[in-house]
Design a protein around this ligand. Structure first.
Ligand code: 5GP
Length: 117
């Protein structure tokens, strides 16, 4: 658990305390549909541990787990789109991070490129 006493929203999803559309799950990672999608495919790939607040901490603390997040992201982009995807880790409030339990945003546009380029 992070410094705060309360489990994160993602830990509560892992514990099935609150509902989510679960798209993949391994021993160490869960993937869910984002509740407020910003692209036709918007999936969150989340290490089950909330020990790491952001990708920098994850990379330093457990690079194998980071590699698993990337591998699951790649697999989901193949399943839900044409295999091309954008992988985003917001890191810090100034970058828009709102949940301080590391997670990757997988964004994909089946059949077409993002308008943002
Ligand atoms: P951040 O802004 O921290 O990078 O991303 C947090 C993401 O979590 C946002 O895209 C937001 O829509 C998503 N989110 C927040 N609460 C929930 C929830 O209860 N369920 C799901 N599925 N996604 C959530």
């Amino acid at each position: 658990m992070s410094a705060s006493a309360e489990p994160s929203i993602f830990s509560r999803i892992v514990a099935r305390e609150i509902p989510a559309t679960i798209l993949a799950e391994t021993e160490r990672v869960i993937a869910i549909a984002d509740i407020a999608p910003k692209a036709p495919v918007h999936i969150l790939v989340v290490p089950k541990t909330e020990q790491y607040a952001n990708v920098t901490e994850l990379a330093a603390g457990d690079p194998g787990l980071l590699a698993e997040v990337v591998a699951v992201s790649n697999q989901l982009a193949a399943e839900h789109s044409d295999g091309d995807f954008r992988l985003i880790f917001n890191s810090g409030p100034g970058a828009g991070q709102t949940v301080f339990h590391v997670h990757a945003h997988v964004l994909a546009w089946p059949g077409g490129a993002s308008e943002e380029g």
